[in-house]
Design a protein around this ligand. Structure first.
Ligand SMILES: Cc1cc2nc3c(=O)[nH]c(=O)nc-3n(C[C@H](O)[C@H](O)[C@H](O)COP(=O)(O)OP(=O)(O)OC[C@H]3O[C@@H](n4cnc5c(N)ncnc54)[C@H](O)[C@@H]3O)c2cc1C
Ligand code: SF4
Length: 330
């Protein structure tokens, strides 16, 4: 049995108390929300904070407010299950609800929060292993070692962004509010991520994710399509989030295509979007977008399935996502 290491638990009641506790605890500390990622990582000694600041008693993090016309704000502590079942989110932000409902299993969705999902650690076959397993290969650069086993001559880590919610947040042009010792700031969700398997977030370690802001629903449509080995359980090996805004005559005015699980960050493919703008989102335009997405998608050999097949699947899943939007006229 894998056991948790010893740590001090702090249970603040407000965002300000949580940030103050995090600052007081210093660098050897971590926030925890549902704990579905952090607790297993601590059991495997991938993360070993001496102080853990639990967010589950902060009521302000578990509220949803707003309207589809004005935009909706979801507290970082709202569970994936609550998002997946929320009738308003299902009706007006189906891609957000769908990304939540395809995460893992019902048990984990009841505990796991949207905040934890948006800040999920990157994953790799050489890293998501027990401490004994990792010790047997002398660890790797992401934790306790010096080398990257995926690309031994590489100066960086290529662990994979593997959250279902992240590509959707970026495709929607959503925003997040972060609270830190110097106050709050609101940034584009896209600005939260960096293409580095170790430094995969741009937020400061002591900043707390307070809320997730969905944009007003004003004529755009978005879809999320996920590829994984077992439909009842697994992390994505590919996620495609597509967002399209069309003119009343059906012509595409603007688009975003974002790939998850192919890089250390959610990979936006502007070439695919450009292939759609000005078209009627017909089969020819969708085929051009598929081709455009195929070229820059460069999955690494550190998750499930073969590289070549995962790359081929980019075309298939971009096509599925855009075809779903094409059949769903505003
Ligand atoms: C078997 C298994 C299968 C899974 N499958 C999937 C899957 O298919 N898709 C998927 O996307 N995820 C999957 N997950 C990962 C995880 O369950 C979800 O991503 C979940 O939403 C994480 O939320 P949490 O609240 O449990 O995060 P936690 O574990 O509490 O936290 C995750 C990270 O975010 C930080 N954090 C959390 N909340 C905040 C906050 N408000 N402010 C600042 N930092 C914060 C924590 O410090 C930690 O670093 C799986 C996990 C397991 C164990
Ligand atoms: S990509 Fe390399 S450094 Fe990063 S977790 Fe995997 S083996 Fe370790």
């Amino acid at each position: 049995m894998l056991r948790l290491p010893r740590f001090d638990l702090v249970e603040p009641r407000t965002v300000a108390e949580a940030v103050a506790a995090r600052v007081a605890a210093g660098p050897d500390a971590s926030y925890v929300a549902g704990g579905t990622d952090l607790w297993p990582n601590m059991k495997r000694r991938q993360q070993t904070p001496r102080t853990v600041i639990a967010l589950s008693r902060i009521e302000a993090l578990s509220r949803t407010s707003g309207t589809p016309e004005r935009g909706v704000t979801i507290g970082a502590g709202v569970t994936l299950e609550a998002i997946a079942r929320d009738p308003m989110i299902r009706a007006h932000y189906p891609a957000v609800a769908h990304a939540a409902e395809v995460v893992s299993t019902p048990t984990l969705r009841h505990m796991g929060t949207i905040g934890g999902n948006l800040l999920l650690d990157t994953r790799c076959n050489y890293y998501d292993q027990t401490e004994e397993w990792r010790r047997s290969i002398d660890y790797c650069m992401k934790k306790d070692g010096t080398i990257c086993w995926v690309a031994p001559s590489s100066p960086r880590c290529w662990a994979v962004q593997s959250s279902d919610g992240v590509p959707v947040a970026v495709a929607l042009g959503a925003e997040v509010t972060l609270a830190g010792p110097r106050g709050e700031r609101r940034i584009a969700a896209a600005a939260l991520y960096a293409n580095d398997g170790m430094a995969y977030l741009t937020k400061q370690p002591d900043e707390l994710l307070v809320s997730y802001h969905l944009p007003p629903v004003d004529g755009w449509r978005a879809v999320y399509v996920k590829l994984r080995r077992r439909g009842s359980f697994h992390f994505p090996v590919l996620g495609v989030a597509a967002w399209v805004r069309r003119a009343p005559d059906g012509t595409v005015k603007d688009a975003r295509v974002v790939l998850g699980a192919v890089a250390s960050h959610p990979q936006e493919i502007p070439e695919a979007a450009a292939a759609l703008v000005g078209t009627a989102l017909d089969a020819k335009a969708i085929a051009a977008a598929e081709d455009a997405a195929y070229r820059p998608a460069k999955p690494m050999d550190n998750t499930d399935y073969t590289l070549a097949w995962r790359k081929d699947m980019v075309k298939v899943h971009v096509q599925r996502a855009l075809t779903a939007i094409a059949g769903d006229r505003p």
